[in-house]
Design a protein around this ligand. Structure first.
Ligand code: NAP
Length: 277
């Protein structure tokens, strides 16, 4: 199940949307705030900037020193909240320890929260009235839809309960009428529970933890994990070679969920810009 292919397809649709907006005098604007020198964050931000610019966005990347105070960063967010040229604001995580990530994420105007992390947007998702949705689970839903995977009535297991992946993922599957189980580090009999899943989403952050013993034959397996092995190679949470023999579908790492996450970020920025007309 290739996220790379779907992202390329969606890119074409998004280009049409951006061109239409620009012809009406609105250029989608995305502000990315990056604090410190974390190499992985630098790479993610560069990729986002490249994709945004290639679509014709107004793209702003603000880089701040590792020492910036919480007060200063909150002031910067306020500046972008008030800037009409900016339709989406993204705070690249992780943040240095003097800054409370909750305070920072809560300061973003929910209308510009294209990452979908603001409590208002999380709450809307929980009551079944989603607006901005966390990009990784949203991208996974697009992948399932694109492959015409039936969700209603199916058994889904989500391993991982983070606010940015596991919880919104489970809620989206539930909203689409799956019967959902959430598993985590304290779950007993994890493999047994995973094996009940028609749709298994794995978002743990532990390389190759999920083996073929976790998989119901024919299941749809979504591997969110991004880990480095001993040689520095990017690997998922799923042992892809053996799971591929049992699963009906499997997302690769890289080229699966990752490209969809950036795509949904840009998509939600375009939608925000559309709403200003
Ligand atoms: P996280 O906040 O660290 O959460 C990890 C979750 O996995 C926690 O709920 C934890 O349980 C659970 N867990 C840890 N060890 C476990 C085990 N042995 N058995 C069962 N559950 C276990 O991570 P995250 O932000 O959700 O990210 C998860 C992975 O996805 C990471 O590899 C991350 O890099 C990747 N990711 C990829 C994308 C993408 O676009 N491809 C986007 C976001 C994240 P507890 O709650 O009990 O601690």
């Amino acid at each position: 199940m290739s996220g790379k292919d779907l992202a390329a397809e969606m890119n074409k649709e998004m280009q049409v949307m951006v061109d239409k907006l620009r012809s009406k005098g609105v250029t989608p604007g995305l502000a990315v705030l990056l604090v410190g020198e974390d190499p992985a964050s630098q790479t993610y931000v560069r990729n986002k900037e490249k994709r945004a610019k290639s679509l014709g966005f107004y793209s702003v990347v603000e880089r701040y020193s590792e020492e910036i105070s919480e007060k200063e960063i909150l002031k910067e967010i306020k500046r972008f909240n008030q800037d009409d040229a900016i339709h989406g604001i993204l705070i690249q995580l992780p943040l240095p320890k003097q800054i409370d990530p909750k305070k920072v994420l809560n300061a973003v105007n929910p209308k510009k929260d294209v990452d979908g992390f603001h409590p208002v947007n999380m709450g809307k998702l929980l009551i079944g009235e989603p607006d901005k949705i966390a990009c990784t689970p949203y991208g996974i839903m697009k992948l399932l839809e694109n492959h015409k995977i039936e969700i209603a009535g199916k058994t889904a297991v989500v391993i991982g309960r983070s606010n940015i992946v596991g919880k919104p993922m489970a809620q989206l599957l539930l909203m689409n009428d799956a019967t959902v189980t959430m598993a985590h580090s304290k779950t007993n009999h994890l493999a047994e529970i995973a094996k009940t899943a028609d749709i298994l989403v794995v978002a743990i952050g532990k390389g190759h933890l999920v083996t073929k013993d976790f998989i119901k034959p024919g299941a749809v397996v979504i591997d969110v994990g991004m880990n480095r092995d001993a040689n520095g190679k990017l690997i998922g949470d799923v042992k892809a070679d053996e799971v591929a023999e049992v699963a009906g579908y499997l997302t690769p790492v890289p080229g699966g969920v990752g490209p969809m996450t950036i795509t949904m970020l840009l998509y939600q920025t375009i939608i925000s810009a559309q709403r200003t007309i």
